[in-house]
Design a protein around this ligand. Structure first.
Ligand code: HGY
Ligand code: MN
Ligand code: MN
Length: 409
């Protein structure tokens, strides 16, 4: 079985990089904090006896050779970038557990038929550029040069940030993997919800992943004097935005499976005594069923158009990213079920409300995902927490799952 203390100590050591006084972690892509995190993960990969390299989109890879070097590779991994003021386990659990299972195999003298690689994907969260899963898109061949024109809040493009970090955006195609070269991908992640906690289980097997749709609403009203403009003579962009946000909550709540969140909002010019002339805010809309998600999207857009016409303000909508929901491989789910039995943990199948890198790899290979319990279901928050024992259970199930996948024909 895996080395519980080594995995836990690495989780705590990595968690210190990018930690703020608030106790939250901010490790944005192509930042100094992320570079330090990747340097530390590189030392772990070397300690594990892996061949370490970075691809042209900045994915950090540790490779363990198999008996058959020509056999398609089994991939495991996750990410080390974080959201703003995030938690310690979202991403690092999957990367460090991937390293741990390979180090354990090497210590046990186990060589599988297929080679295995553990990957720390570049920018899964999309926190910095409002466009995520850059590394996994790069491997899947779906990352386009124009995607690298997405900007952060300081106006830096992804391309510029890549260049500043020593990568050449024009070489991103060299990271693309072929279907023949990859057998499967499995990711261990925290659940970020309460299903496992409510079921009193440490590990879960993911059946499908909700697809996140990210939109930007831009509302153009008319800035004006707060004291001299009568209430019936205003084009207040913020009041219009507030009605749309209420509409988002109402429409998202109707289906029972959809979730809608306004996470970012900026208003201009932002004076106490100025009627807001312009508001920009984001919508994160998700459902495991794409058709339902798109129906909710249409109802929100139609309602927003009517509200803005009534208020005499302009409305523009930008699509920041539209990711299809993904189904996990039944074969990998079956293998994971056996792995749970070998590990001695209960088995529960559940969907993922959160998005993950494996969604980008469905065109490349079958995907599988394992969850461990999240305390109070909290994530994207400094209070994010999973126990040492649950991390160990998850890593052991990952170990048996990957061992089986890497020895299967
Ligand atoms: O947004 C998500 O679902 C994931 O944390 N990137
Ligand atoms: Mn996350
Ligand atoms: Mn994550």
């Amino acid at each position: 079985m895996i080395n519980q203390e080594r995995l836990w100590n690495r989780l705590m050591e990595l968690g210190a990089i990018g930690k703020r006084d608030s106790g939250g972690i901010t490790r944005l892509s192509f930042s100094e904090e992320e570079r330090k995190a990747k340097e530390l993960v590189t030392t772990y990969m070397i300690e594990a006896g892996l061949k370490v390299y970075e691809d042209t989109v900045g994915n950090l890879v540790g490779r363990k050779e198999g008996n058959n070097p020509n056999a398609p590779v089994v991939l495991v991994g996750s990410h080390v970038d974080s959201v703003y003021n995030g938690g310690n386990f979202d991403g690092p659990l999957g990367v460090l557990s991937g390293i741990e299972i390979l180090q354990t195999m090497n210590e046990q003298g186990i060589t599988t038929e297929h080679p295995i690689e553990v990957i720390a994907f570049t920018d899964e969260e999309g926190a910095r550029f409002s466009f995520g899963m850059i590394g996994s898109r790069g491997i899947a061949g779906t990352l386009k040069l124009e995607d690298l024109q997405n900007k952060d809040q300081q106006g830096n493009t992804i391309a510029q940030a890549m260049t500043d970090a020593g990568y050449d955006p024009l070489l991103i195609e060299q990271s693309v993997r072929s279907n023949e070269s990859v057998k499967a991908y499995v990711e261990l992640h925290i659940e970020q919800g309460k299903v496992l906690e409510n079921s009193n289980l440490s590990v879960g097997i993911v059946t499908g992943i909700a697809g996140p749709l990210w939109l930007k609403f831009i509302i153009e009203g008319k800035a004006g004097h707060a004291g001299t403009t009568p209430m019936n003579d205003r084009n207040d962009a913020l009041v219009a935005a507030s009605q749309i946000i209420q509409l988002i909550e109402k429409e998202s709540s109707k289906t029972g499976s959809t979730v809608g969140t306004v996470g970012q909002l900026q208003l201009f010019p932002g004076g106490i005594n100025i009627i807001p002339g312009k508001v920009e805010f984001t919508l994160d809309l998700r459902d495991v069923n794409e058709e339902i998600r798109d129906q909710v999207e249409n109802r929100i857009l139609e309602g927003s158009q009517i509200l803005c016409e009534q208020r005499g303000v302009g409305l523009q909508i930008e699509v920041l990213q539209r990711i299809k929901p993904s189904l996990c491989s039944n074969e990998i789910q079956d293998i994971a079920k056996l792995a749970c039995e070998k590990t001695g943990v209960g088995t529960l199948f559940l969907p993922s409300g959160a998005g993950h890198d494996c969604m980008q790899l469905t065109s490349l290979c079958p995907i599988g995902m394992l969850f461990i319990r999240s305390k109070d279901g909290i994530s994207h928050n400094p209070a994010e927490w999973s126990s040492k024992e649950d991390c160990t259970d998850g890593a052991n199930v990952l170990y048996h799952t990957v061992l089986q996948l890497s020895n299967n024909e």
